[in-house]
Design a protein around this ligand. Sequence first.
Ligand SMILES: [Cu+2]
Length: 186
Amino acid sequence: MRRFLALVLLAVGFVVVGASAASAHDVLESTSPADGTTVDRLPQAVTLTFSDDPLALGTQILVKGPNGSVAQGEPTIDGRAVHQQLDPHAPAGDYVVTYRVTSSDGHPISGTFSFHATVGLDGSTATKGAAVPVPQHDTPEQAAAKNSQLVPVLLTIAAVVIILIIGTAVWIGSRRRDAANAAHRG
Ligand SMILES: [Cu+2]
């Protein structure tokens, strides 16, 4: 019975120690932009604010946009806030931020949040939920197709110009004839 009681006390002890260790973890209190929100314009940096000052060691902030990673430079820690600068050419669209910081108690904490930017730092725009347009160059086939569409347009313009020239020539000719006839009569 004593051994059993000792085991129970030991188990309770582990639970209490474990719980206090867990509660000592810093937690992410807020982010800018906030998780799941849409911002009019992509900010120049994302900010994560924790419940206590994270340690500088091992801080990693990944920011992934429609064209890939846009995190620029190393994250900086300012008290409870961790800032990550973004590429000044980052486009509009959906963003996912994945973080891994070292809690003030030395334990790693990680997570993710996401947001949508209607206007990018590069001035591009994206509608939430819509497929993000990827800039594309014409393939040789598409370029050829566009050229073949252009040919009838150019032929039509050429035909109109020729008709106008001939029409003008005929009109000038008839006026000259009228003038000559008039001179003849007078
Ligand atoms: Cu911890």
